[in-house]
Design a protein around this ligand. Structure first.
Ligand code: CAA
Length: 240
């Protein structure tokens, strides 16, 4: 039986590439999305991957959404926490609402989704969770105290939950993407982005498929000894 995977934010950007890669690898994929119905419908039409709408920042919505996926596709063995937003502004200009939105979606969403699938993974003694962090959670980024804090939180969350999952057959890992060619990065002012790309040793933005490649490795049945790790996929921009 094909394993079932949920990819949050799975109809656009890095998430879409992950959904497609897992679908091609033979998994049954549920691509979650929060708002863009038009894009989600087009994505399902193009790929045949089912899209499910709920807001990862809303705990009850996550529990209900996972229930719908289980009813339609079966028990969830794989969770990719990819959904994320930016509200970039220097601390001087950043509002409390911009802080809350990013923390609630990017970090709160990881808690909500893990809670919603965790008991089922424990019962079946199998699980694969991959949390999408960021180079900016590792190294910080001017104008991103909210995003860097949330992504850094994801890296800590991953290492803590990996310890709880390890004796139960559940692995929990993170991927820290660098600057990837998506709508999110396209929103960075051109003059700023130019300077960032100049600091990437590989000399270009990454491709969403290059993140999906790492996810496919981490979710495989035979990746059971890899847990609590952070895979940096950033063109050499930040190494440690
Ligand atoms: N380091 C030091 N100083 C910087 C700086 C930096 N990296 N970036 C800007 N500044 C300085 C500017 O030179 C300017 O200085 P002066 O006032 O002396 O001229 C000052 O800060 C204000 O700069 P801006 O005009 O850009 O200020 P702003 O308020 O209009 O915009 C900003 C600030 C929103 C942070 C904008 O610079 C920006 O969008 N930066 C990009 C942030 C970024 O990289 N976001 C990543 C998004 S993609 C992502 O997050 C995915 C992922 O995981 C990698």
């Amino acid at each position: 039986m094909a394993r079932v995977a949920i990819v949050t934010g799975g109809t656009r950007g890095i998430g879409a590439a992950i959904s497609i890669a897992l679908h091609k690898a033979g998994y049954k994929v549920a691509a979650n999305y929060a708002g863009n119905d038009e894009r989600a419908a087009a994505f399902t039409k193009e790929t045949g991957i089912a899209a499910f709408k709920w807001d990862v920042a809303d705990y009850e919505a996550c529990v209900k959404g996972v229930g719908e996926v289980v009813a339609k596709l079966g028990p969830v063995d794989i969770l990719i926490n990819n959904a994320g937003i930016t509200r970039d502004a220097t601390l001087k200009k950043q509002t409390r609402a911009q802080w809350d939105e990013v923390i609630d979606t990017n970090l709160g969403g990881v808690f909500n989704m893990c809670k919603a699938v965790w008991d089922g993974m424990l019962e079946r003694s199998f699980g694969r969770i991959v949390n999408i962090g960021s180079i900016n959670g590792q190294a910080g980024q001017y104008g991103q105290v909210n995003y860097a804090a949330a992504k850094s939180g994801i890296h800590g969350f991953t290492k803590a939950l990996a310890q709880e999952g390890a004796p139960k057959g559940i692995t929990v890992n993170a991927i820290a993407p660098g600057y990837i060619d998506t709508d999110m990065v396209a929103a960075v002012p051109a003059n700023v982005l130019e300077k960032i790309v100049a600091r990437i040793p590989v000399g270009r933005l990454g491709k969403a498929e290059e993140i999906a490649r790492g996810v496919a490795f981490l979710v495989a049945d035979d990746a059971g000894f890899v847990t609590g790790s952070t895979m940096s996929i950033n063109g050499g921009q930040h190494m440690y």
